[in-house]
Design a protein around this ligand. Sequence first.
Ligand SMILES: [Cu+2]
Length: 203
Amino acid sequence: MTIRIALLAAACALAVTACGGREAPPAQDTTAPATTSTTPAPTPAEPAPPATTTAPPTPAPATPPAASDKPAATVSDCATHIEGTDAMQFNVSSITIPASCKTFTIHLKHTGQMPVAAMGHNVVIAKTADVQGIATDGMAAGAAAHYVKPDDARVVAHSDVIGGGQSTSVTFDPGKLKSGGPYEFFCSFPGHVAMMKGSISVE
Ligand SMILES: [Cu+2]
């Protein structure tokens, strides 16, 4: 019985909807509020045509080397603070020295915990073209020489080698970097130069 009534009601509703556009009865005794809007939802837009196959997605460019993931060093008062880690990394990829600086100081902090013999770091500045040769000769020079060949004329400046938790610094004349570059800073501890280097320039 109930079902019948329901069906009947539904049929009536349909009928009203069908002719509602013409008659529009006054809605005064309607108990249900506001089903007034008779505008049907706009017909859905036609399905978009398949995208024209003009532009295949461009492949992402090759991942840049890890060094460029790191920020440039923050420089103030003709100095910068950089860090070396137990993961054999500097924390910056480049150092830009203001041209107005008469001297420049790089403070190096080893933020790791490993001893100097296992994970020592220094910072050496030289022409990019000389880096590999300096590192090779530095390895031969040994720990006592801080892995830099004594009086190596190719070396603009270098710090001591430090271990985890230690700090050091090196101060030099930026005028030495104004010609014949590009120049790099790097760590000459054996095996580190491939991972620990960045560009340094005067601008
Ligand atoms: Cu190192």
